[in-house]
Design a protein around this ligand. Structure first.
Ligand SMILES: [Zn+2]
Length: 322
């Protein structure tokens, strides 16, 4: 199976519920990133397109790698660049790709999202939610400072029996039950470490066990962790020189490094733009397991099964697998 291990030394398998391996910042090294992550026990990757420009690449990655689940979506940051035919073109991608899910879509009132007309964001978001419902596929949702709007829209457009993924969930504990009732899964990335740990813990403990997912969101969301070890992307100029000299192949295992000097144990001093490697999902696992006070193996298996179930729609690559 896999050589991924938890702190206890036992093997784990993980499903990266949300990442962007087609992103131009890492596409060149994607084959290597995938190989390293697979070797560490990350067996599947839901690769999310964000704009019309990258859907073709996402489709090609899905066609090429059995481990890649392609997802097509128009992210709120790219709403103003959309062509008049964006929805028609998206439908064509779905027709040609029975294994695809929907994402990344969403709402953003954060510093970057504020630049994009919110009414247009809502319009594009709603149309993609409708499409996901029609296709009976899960949909990966980005939400920044717009949880009130999100809940309202999900209530009027929902429920979502095929599931929605609230990716990099950082909403409040209070919103969890209402969102869960509408079909939401809660996916956690390295951004969880930006919340106060008490707040994150309170929220996590309210998430139903069958709705917990883990993701890397690579190349974004580098965990700001001093738990475990992080791996960086080869060629990333933002990584301090002394670390960069050691290529990713020097690391035998994401969680059990044989040689600590090659690893950053605390990324909080790294520049904001430092790229995230999908294998760092192991650090997210470690952090989530510590907050839930559960063994890592248990959280890994739970989230793996949850993600497999969610992505087991007709036509999916994982349909019928355990
Ligand atoms: Zn994303």
């Amino acid at each position: 199976m896999s050589s991924g291990t938890a702190s206890s030394g036992r093997a784990v398998r993980l499903f990266d519920a949300h990442c962007h391996l087609q992103d131009h910042r890492i596409f060149r090294v994607a084959p290597k990133l995938i190989r390293t992550a697979l070797d560490s026990g990350v067996l599947r990757f839901a690769v999310n397109g964000v704009s019309e420009k990258d859907w073709k690449l996402v489709k090609e990655m899905g066609d090429h790698y059995p481990s890649v689940i392609p997802c097509f979506g128009l992210h709120p940051w790219y709403v103003s660049e959309r062509s008049p035919n964006w929805l028609k073109s998206m439908r064509e991608f779905f027709n040609a790709t029975p294994s695809a899910a929907v994402g990344e879509v969403g709402l953003d009132k954060g510093s970057r999202g504020k630049e994009i007309n919110f009414l247009e964001q809502v319009d594009v978001f709603r149309q993609q939610l409708e499409l996901a419902k029609e296709l009976e596929r899960p949909v990966s949702i980005h939400c920044v400072r717009a949880y009130g709007d999100l809940l309202e829209i999900m209530q009027s457009a929902g429920p979502f029996p095929a599931g929605v993924i609230l990716h990099s969930y950082l909403g409040s504990a209070e919103m969890v039950p209402g969102l869960a009732k509408l079909g939401a899964y809660f996916s956690f990335s390295g951004y969880l470490m930006s919340l106060k740990s008490q707040k994150a813990k309170k929220m996590l403990k309210l998430v139903p066990a069958d709705r917990i997912l883990l993701e890397s969101d690579a190349p974004d969301a580098l965990p700001k962790s001093n738990l475990g070890t992080l791996q960086w992307v080869e060629g990333d100029d933002s990584v301090p020189q002394e670390l960069r000299n050691h290529g990713e192949n020097t690391i035998p295992n994401a969680n059990l490094p044989s040689d600590n000097e090659h690893h950053a144990t605390d990324a909080s001093t790294f520049p904001k733009e430092t790229l995230n490697h999908p294998v760092n999902i192991h650090c997210v696992l470690k952090y989530v397991a510590s907050l839930l006070e559960m063994p890592e193996e248990e959280v890994a298996e739970l989230s793996y099964r949850n993600t497999m179930r969610l992505f087991s729609y007709p036509g999916s690559k994982v349909c019928g697998e355990g």
